[in-house]
Design a protein around this ligand. Structure first.
Ligand code: URA
Length: 208
């Protein structure tokens, strides 16, 4: 219960946070989902949407339901294997992309969560999450997704991979070889076998 205790204290601080405007427009803080004691992977999304704001949980709307389908098909347990967070903890009005200021004011909570979790791997779900930690802000997720890379956060280095955001997959239905949905299936399979398999990170890391 050590991680949960630290995260609970951090959540209390977030509940009182009004550092940016999102703190006044939110209905609920969306702190995290998943079991911090068993999760080996931290998955970072963009920002809470309407359903997340209503419920206080990340990825519970349409995109979240699609993500759940892909996860269960890959044999990844959302409840036990993942700790899910977003680049910002409060919903941006009209579901706009969070601004750089909002992200940077929220970053200390995000990096503290990662620090406490000390995950085996970080999964950046979508371009906004990836760009928050990638050196080149013009990076294209389609070019780097599916490859393992190293990311250093608060002086600790983690294995990381970017995957498509499920909202993008809601607009792309094709299941043909090479389609975004097929690539998502492959990426999650790779994450499952490499992070949750019996021989984690036995493969050479691809430097991208
Ligand atoms: N999209 C995200 O990036 N995060 C959520 O929590 C929900 C939708």
């Amino acid at each position: 219960m050590i991680k949960k205790g630290c995260l609970d204290i951090l959540q209390q601080k977030c509940e009182n946070c009004h550092d940016c405007i999102l703190g006044s427009t939110r209905k609920n803080l969306v702190f995290s989902d998943g079991n911090p004691e068993t999760a080996k992977i931290v998955l970072i999304g963009e920002a809470p949407g309407e359903t997340e704001d209503e419920t206080g949980k990340p990825f519970v709307g349409r995109a979240g339901k699609l993500l759940n389908e892909f996860l269960s098909e890959a044999g990844i347990s959302r409840e036990n294997d993942l700790y899910i967070i977003n680049t910002v903890k409060c919903r941006p009005p009209e579901n706009r992309v969070p601004t750089d200021v909002e992200k940077s004011l929220c970053e200390r909570y995000l990096t503290a969560q990662i620090d406490i979790m000390n995950p085996k791997a970080i999964v950046f779900c979508g371009a906004t999450a990836l760009k928050s930690f990638w050196h080149d802000k013009k990076v294209q997720i389609s070019k780097v997704r599916g490859n393992w890379f190293d990311v250093t956060i608060n002086e600790k280095t983690y294995k990381a991979m970017a995957i498509f955001h499920p909202s993008y997959l809601l607009r792309n239905h094709s299941m043909e070889e090479g389609s975004p949905r097929r690539l998502m299936q492959n990426d999650l399979k790779e994450i499952k076998s490499t992070v949750l398999g019996t021989n984690p990170f036995s493969k050479d890391l691809v430097v991208v």
